[in-house]
Design a protein around this ligand. Structure first.
Ligand code: BES
Ligand code: MN
Ligand code: ZN
Length: 478
């Protein structure tokens, strides 16, 4: 997508002209000249209030040099408001199959970054499996009017969006095409002068003591992978951190088989790994100054004669043993090995893991909020703020040590499920067993926001790239 920052005025040719307005009294003179007062009146009749992200549209006909003219509400004009407005314009262009957009919005550099990120996030479509004739145009050219930003701001917005949209592609891709080996290949494809990517196959995983990834992956004909990426910044790193993802490319539940309805969207169960890959892909363009490790375990949780079984006792990478009480609580077994490995990276001070880990997190918080756990208050606050800055919502949850009783094992040290209640918390406590005591750690349960069953604001249904905005906002601050 190309951007033009230099042109002025609203009424130059484009498929869609989108005009940001803070109220019905804020309609620019250029439009009033064409439509007189009737534009504000018509929008008002349709209950358009200019609330951030709200829209009202009309065909341009011969009045403006565009197929569509839209008003987008900019609310109070905050960065978040501009994000919503630009996202609405981007998704309107997506619905109309528009190739060009002229977008007028107020604001400075931060608004410009958010606007570009949101236009591209809003314009995202996943239609590569559709008939050619049914695929709509993506935006090719965007002219930004009124935003006081630079080419560099545009490049940042584009990098943020492309990282997020890569994660969405990976989540939306069917499990027949996105499986452990192909997911690892996508990560390997990101290797560059600044990025090394190491991929382990099933043998190396097993001999390295990763009993969790081995057990979960063994029921599938698609063999598991373990991936370790390292981004090396230009100059001396300002920090060294690690992001870890759950990469269950399909979760059938294993022997504790899921019902069909619960299984339908379980290609989304690699959403954590997708967020890691998406975020890693953007680091160089963003000029991130920290050394960043990206790690994921990829496995398919399937049902076969070789599936791991209830009552099995798994020995994990750090030597701890776990009793399997439910093979559908597999994500924590995969993450346990990854977290133990990450904890052995000496220079790393902070670890963040992301996982579509529990239905319980969705019950608690719905599909808008990521459940945020952390072993340090300051880090919890940092990530929560980063999420807000990036346009996501994380909600703090308690790592309540009393509940460790619920996951105490009988024959092994820990069991892989707790009781009926607090399922997202007991999953987080389980993971904590595999995090080095010297590491500052956070666990993000993205089971709700990673995959939408219906469109929400400017996000299409399906994969959302949850976690990518918050991670990148955090990393940009290091
Ligand atoms: N991948 C699921 C969690 C999930 C549920 C993700 C809904 C996205 C949407 C996870 O592996 C799982 O099956 N968790 C079980 C745990 C239970 C067996 C303790 C669950 O949440 O029911
Ligand atoms: Mn499961
Ligand atoms: Zn799962």
């Amino acid at each position: 997508m190309t951007y033009d920052l230099s042109s002025t005025g609203l009424l130059s040719p484009a498929n869609v002209i989108a005009v940001g307005v803070s109220s019905l009294d804020d309609i620019p003179a250029e439009l009033a000249d064409v439509f007189g007062g009737s534009l504000a009146e018509a929008a008002g009749d349709d209950k358009f209030t200019a609330k951030a992200g709200s829209t009202w549209s009309v065909r341009g006909l011969d009045r403006v040099p565009a197929t569509w003219l839209m008003l987008v509400g900019t609310g109070e004009g905050s960065v978040e408001d501009i994000r919503l407005a630009a996202g609405a314009a981007g998704s309107f262009a997506r619905d109309k199959g528009a190739a060009s957009l002229r977008l007028s919005l107020p604001g400075g550099p931060a608004h410009t970054v958010a606007a570009v990120e949101a236009v591209e996030t809003g314009n995202y479509r996943f239609d590569r499996y559709m008939a050619e004739a049914d695929r709509k145009n993506a935006l090719e050219a965007v002219a930004l009017v009124g935003l006081d930003g630079t080419e560099a701001d545009i490049a940042i917005g584009q990098a943020l969006a492309s990282g997020r949209n890569l994660a969405r592609d990976l989540v939306n891709g069917p499990a027949a095409d996105v499986y452990p080996e192909s997911l690892a290949d996508t990560a390997a494809g990101l290797a560059s002068d600044r990025m090394t990517v190491e991929v382990w196959g099933e043998d190396r995983i097993e001999t390295s003591g990763m009993g969790g990834i081995t057990a979960v992956g063994q029921g599938s004909d698609r063999k598991p992978r373990f991936v370790h990426m390292v981004y090396e910044p230009e100059g001396e790193p300002t920090a060294e951190v690690c992001i870890v993802g759950k990469g269950v490319t399909f979760d059938a539940g294993g022997l504790s088989l899921k019902p069909s309805t619960g299984m339908l969207t379980m290609r989304c169960d690699m959403g954590g790994a997708a967020a890691v890959v998406g975020a890693m892909s953007a680091l160089e363009s963003l000029g991130i100054k920290a050394r960043v490790h990206g790690i994921f375990g990829a496995a398919e949780n399937m049902l076969s004669g070789n599936s791991y079984k209830l009552g099995d006792i798994i020995t994990h990478h750090n030597g701890k043993t776990v009793e399997v009480h439910n093979t559908d609580a597999e994500g924590r077994l995969v993450l346990a090995d990854c977290l133990s490995y990450a904890s052995n990276l000496d220079g790393v001070t902070h670890i963040v893991d992301l996982a579509t880990l529990t239905g319980a997190a969705v019950v608690a918080l719905g599909d808008h909020y990521t459940a945020l756990y952390a072993n340090e208050q300051e880090f919890s606050d940092t990530l929560r703020q980063a999420a807000t800055d990036g346009g996501e919502a994380y909600w703090p949850m308690p790592l309540e040590p009393l509940y460790n009783e619920l996951i105490k094992g009988t024959w092994g040290e820990i069991k892989n499920i707790g009781g009926r209640w607090g399922g997202s918390i007991t999953a987080a406590l389980f993971l904590q067993n595999f995090v080095g005591e010297d590491k500052i750690w956070s666990h993000l349960d993205i089971a709700g926001p990673a995959f939408l069953d219906k469109p929400e604001r400017h996000l299409t249904k399906g994969g959302t790239g949850a976690g990518v905005p918050g991670l990148l906002a955090w990393l940009r601050g290091l």
